[in-house]
Design a protein around this ligand. Structure first.
Ligand code: C6P
Length: 408
């Protein structure tokens, strides 16, 4: 039985106040809060086991290595990966995609090749490909979005063809809440002989994910958006593809043999983990995944689906409000704008009521242009948010609408 009040006890920060007001944290798409268990995993690592990993044979080094590798296995299992050697620790989604753009893209893309993205990509899944295209002569193609915020799949079928070498798309949009049909896109990519990368920054924290069922070749995610510490995330890749890729960063631990004039590479995943990694954070992410597993991702999804639907319906009742993205099959976030109120002013007013939302372009400037706006306000929910918090949001947005409307 999913008990949101019990869950909230695990997150001390949710008890704090913002001035006189109770904190209502609705900026989870930017980063999630951390349960006590994750914070304790970090403390326990530093107080009891801290050592560098992979290198030492002393007791602490062995304990730290076992915890770090244990975390890798947990995350691989969480993603439905058949084994953990394809799971690489990175700093987050951004670094994971840059890793593929460098280590796979620079090696495999040529003039005349195409990388297919969408109009709704976060800058993390656009700029690395712009740089790779500049260096290799490959071209970028973009699947448009329809007015309801879903992908134009007819156009996707037309765009993905013999020149396509990679299809790289968000699983879920951080602005529109759209869940993309990545299984179908992976089929189209593979039929064309291309690979498929999924940006899972906004899906792994919120939906059950199974990389085998999705049929993707790479899956990128950020630990800090799924209850884990900052500074750690992951790239899962098909081992046979990772094996063939060049290294990303050079340095300690990613090598097998080093000579003055050349080196050979360690096995995956270590080939892609150069230097001392974010050990404590990776262990903390393992604790986060344990927490999510115990709640059950189906239950998390159902809680957020209901909350997102409730928020969408209540917000839509506010006069003049514009809501972005599809009406159904959404994740638990809502982007919106009000006539006569700049989203930044709105989020400042909400902050005075203790309500944390995000406003801006959400690192999706091309999408903002497509929507014809400079910025939106965005409330994003997670597994510990409640209907009362949605009510607080709706009340505050309504009051802001009335206040600014009086001057319009
Ligand atoms: N979106 C948001 O408020 P990093 O920063 O590497 O952990 O995640 C980047 C990233 C990649 N893809 C998507 C779809 C994302 O939403 C994000 C991060 C945050 O929407 C910060 S801009």
């Amino acid at each position: 039985m999913y008990n949101v009040q019990e869950i909230r006890h695990d997150f001390s920060i949710l008890k704090r106040r913002v001035g006189e007001k109770k904190l209502v944290y609705l900026d989870n798409a930017a980063t999630s809060q951390k349960p006590r268990r994750v914070i304790e995993a970090l403390t326990e690592h530093y107080e009891q086991h801290n050592a560098n990993i992979q290198r030492g044979v002393h007791r602490l080094a062995e304990e730290a290595t076992a915890a770090y590798e244990g975390s890798r296995e947990k995350i691989a299992r969480f993603l439905g990966a058949p084994d953990s050697c394809g799971l690489i620790f990175t700093r987050g989604t951004t670094e994971s995609i840059n890793l593929v753009a460098h280590a796979w893209g620079r090696k495999n893309l040529r003039e005349g090749d195409e990388v297919v993205l969408t109009e709704a990509e976060h800058h993390s899944n656009l700029v690395p490909w712009q740089l790779a295209a500049r260096d290799t002569g490959a071209k970028l193609r973009f699947v448009p979005i329809l007015d309801d915020g879903t992908l134009d799949m007819e156009e996707a079928e037309r765009l993905i063809g013999p020149r396509t070498k990679l299809v790289s798309v968000i699983h879920a949009s951080n602005v529109l809440a759209t869940i993309n049909p990545v299984e179908r896109l992976a089929e189209l990519a593979h039929d064309a002989g291309a690979l498929m990368l999924v940006d899972g920054a906004q899906s792994a924290p919120h939906l059950p994910v199974d990389v085998e069922a999705l049929g993707c070749d790479f899956f990128a995610g950020s630990g800090h958006k799924m209850l884990g510490p900052t500074g750690v995330g992951f790239l899962w890749g098909r081992p046979e593809i990772l094996d063939e890729m060049d290294p990303f960063l050079g340095g300690g631990e990613m090598i097998r043999e080093v000579h003055l004039d050349h080196s050979t590479w360690n096995d995956i995943p270590h080939k892609f983990e150069a230097g001392t990694m974010n050990i404590a954070q990776a262990i903390g992410l393992g604790a986060a995944v344990d927490y999510l597993d115990e709640l059950g991702m189906e239950n998390v999804r159902e809680h957020e689906r209901r909350l997102g639907e409730y928020a969408y319906r209540r917000l839509s009742e506010i006069e003049g409000i514009v809501l972005y993205g599809p009406e159904e099959d959404r994740t638990g976030l809502v982007s919106f704008s009000l006539p006569d109120v700049h989203p930044h002013d709105l989020s400042q007013i909400l902050d005075e009521e203790g309500i944390a939302i995000r406003s801006g372009h959400h690192c999706c400037q091309p999408l903002m242009r497509r929507l014809g706006v400079a910025a939106t306000a965005r409330a994003s929910f997670y597994l510990y948010n409640t209907e009362e918090e949605v009510d607080a949001l709706v009340g505050a947005v309504t009051r802001a609408r009335e206040f600014f409307g009086a001057f319009a």
